[in-house]
Design a protein around this ligand. Structure first.
Ligand SMILES: Cc1cc2nc3c(=O)[nH]c(=O)nc-3n(C[C@H](O)[C@H](O)[C@H](O)COP(=O)(O)OP(=O)(O)OC[C@H]3O[C@@H](n4cnc5c(N)ncnc54)[C@H](O)[C@@H]3O)c2cc1C
Length: 393
C-alpha cells in the first residue's frame, strides 16, 4: 500500500495546475499525480489548430509541463496509468496495475471525453473523434489519405477542425443540424456571418442536416441524415460535444448530472476531495448560477486554486469571469461572460465585413456577454472588467 498526502487524478492542464498550486504552498508533503495518457501535460487546445496543420509539428511546442518539472518539484507522476477505483470512505484509489494509493486529500481532474451520438456505426473504421494527441496524429495521417472528409457538428471543435483541414487544402464538408454555426453561443446574425465565412473558404456546408448514422461494413462508406440524404465520405470527424469523465465516481455524490458539484472553493461535499476543470460544476460568483465550463483558462485557474486550497494554507474562492477563445481560418474570437442564453439585444461595434468587431450581448438591460473578434488581449481584459461591473461585482 502506498500512502500519499495528496493524490491528483488526471494529467491534463487542470491536474497539472493542481500540482503547481499544491507545491506553491506546501513544499514537503507527498504528492502523486496519475493520468491515463502517456504524454506529460500538453496544450490540448492546439490539437485542432496549428498542430493538426503542421506536418512537422514539434512535439516540444505542445508541452505544458514536462517530466523534469515533476521531478524538480518532487511530485511523483505516473503517466499512462488509469485509476480504476476510488473509495471515498477509505480514501483509497486503485490503479489499473493493481496498486493502491491511500490519500489524505484528492483532486479529481479527469476532464471530459467526446460524446458518441446515439446512432449506428459510431465505431466503424474512419469514424474518428478528436480529444487526445494520439487522435490528432491519427487524424493528420488519415486526412492525407482520404479524398472526402466530413466534419459532423457545428460547435467550437467542429468549426476549428473543419477550418484547419480546409487550410490544409483538403476537400472538407461540414454537416450540422442547426441553421448556423456556433449556434450555442452566437446570435443569428453573427452566426450567419460566420457560416458565410466558412462557405467562402470552400467548406461544403450541409446545414439543417441531422445525423442518422454511419454506414459501411467495417469502414465508413456513407453518412446518412435524418432527412434521408446520404453523403459518400472516406473519413468522418465526429464533434458532437463532450461529457465529463465521471465513471470513477459514478453513483456517488461526486457525480451529478452536470458534472462534479463543488463549492466556491472547488471542494466537493466530501471534505478534502476537490474537483476541477472540465469536470467541475461550480457556483459562478460573477455571472450567477451553477456552471460547468469546458475551456482551457477555466481548467488552468481552477487547478491552481484547488491546489492552493488543498494545502489548507489558503482559502481562495473561484471567481473568474467565464472565458474562452477560438481560432478558425484568419479569425480569433474571444468570448467573455455567459453565452448560454440567446441575447435579447446585441450591440455591435465595428463591422462583420472587416471581420473586426465587438458584440455586446444583453438580456434586457443587463450586459451578459462580450464577443470580441480580432481584438487585443488588453481589450479582452477590459471586457472582463466591464462584465464584472455590469453584474455589480
Ligand atoms: C481539440 C481541442 C481544442 C480545444 N481548443 C480550445 C480552445 O481553443 N480554447 C479553450 O478555451 N479550450 C479549448 N479546448 C478545451 C480545453 O482543452 C479543455 O477545457 C481542457 O483541456 C480541460 O482540461 P482538464 O485538465 O480539465 O481535462 P483534460 O484535458 O480532459 O484532462 C483530463 C485527463 O484525465 C485523464 N483521465 C480521465 N479519467 C482518468 C482515470 N480514471 N484515471 C487516470 N486518468 C484519467 C484523461 O485521460 C486526461 O488526460 C479544446 C479541447 C480540444 C479537445
Amino acid at each position: 500500500m502506498i500512502r500519499r498526502d495528496y493524490l491528483v487524478i488526471g494529467t491534463g492542464i487542470a491536474g497539472a495546475s493542481a500540482c503547481e498550486g499544491i507545491r506553491k504552498y506546501d513544499k514537503r508533503s507527498s504528492v502523486t499525480i496519475v493520468g491515463a495518457e502517456v504524454s506529460p501535460p500538453y496544450k490540448r487546445w492546439i490539437l485542432s489548430k496549428g498542430f493538426l496543420r503542421e506536418k512537422d509539428a514539434n512535439l516540444k511546442k505542445l508541452q505544458e509541463l514536462d517530466e523534469r518539472w515533476f521531478d524538480a518539484h518532487k511530485v511523483e507522476a505516473r503517466f499512462g496509468t488509469l485509476v480504476t477505483q476510488f473509495n471515498i470512505d477509505r480514501r483509497l484509489a486503485v490503479l489499473a496495475n493493481g496498486e493502491s494509493i491511500e490519500f489524505t486529500k484528492a483532486c479529481l481532474a479527469m476532464g471530459s471525453r467526446p460524446l458518441r451520438p446515439p446512432v449506428a456505426g459510431t465505431s466503424l473504421g474512419n469514424v474518428i473523434y478528436l480529444r487526445t494527441l494520439r487522435d490528432a496524429l491519427a487524424l493528420r495521417e488519415m486526412s492525407s489519405l482520404e479524398k472526402t472528409i466530413m466534419v459532423v457538428g457545428g460547435g467550437l471543435l467542429a468549426c476549428e477542425t473543419a477550418a484547419s483541414l480546409r487550410m490544409m487544402k483538403l476537400k472538407v464538408g461540414l454537416m450540422h443540424r442547426d441553421p448556423y454555426l456556433l449556434n450555442r453561443y452566437l446570435d443569428p446574425e453573427t452566426g450567419a456571418w460566420l457560416t458565410d465565412c466558412f462557405a467562402r473558404h470552400g467548406v461544403v456546408l450541409s446545414m439543417g442536416e441531422a445525423l442518422n448514422g454511419f454506414e459501411g461494413k467495417t469502414v465508413l462508406r456513407n453518412i446518412q441524415t435524418k432527412s434521408g440524404n446520404r453523403f459518400p465520405v472516406g473519413l468522418a470527424v465526429v464533434c458532437c460535444g463532450g461529457e465529463p469523465n465521471l465513471d470513477l465516481v459514478r453513483n456517488t455524490p461526486l457525480a451529478g448530472p452536470h458534472g462534479s458539484p463543488v463549492t466556491e472553493y472547488l471542494e466537493t461535499e466530501e471534505k478534502g476531495i476537490y474537483a476541477v476543470g472540465d469536470l467541475a460544476f461550480y457556483p459562478d460568483r460573477v455571472m450567477g448560477g451553477m456552471r460547468r465550463q469546458t475551456h482551457w483558462e477555466n481548467a488552468r485557474s481552477q487547478g491552481l486554486i484547488a491546489g492552493a486550497n488543498m494545502t489548507g494554507k489558503k482559502r481562495i474562492r473561484y471567481e473568474q469571469v467565464p472565458y474562452f477563445w477560438t481560432e478558425m481560418f484568419d479569425l480569433r474570437m474571444d468570448f467573455v461572460g455567459d453565452f448560454s442564453v440567446l441575447p435579447t439585444r446585441v450591440e455591435l461595434q465595428g463591422t462583420y465585413a472587416k471581420k473586426k468587431f465587438i458584440a455586446r450581448y444583453y438580456q434586457g438591460d443587463k450586459l451578459r456577454g462580450i464577443l470580441l473578434c480580432q481584438q487585443t488581449p488588453r481589450e479582452v481584459e477590459a471586457a472582463k472588467d466591464q462584465l464584472r461591473q455590469a453584474q455589480g461585482k
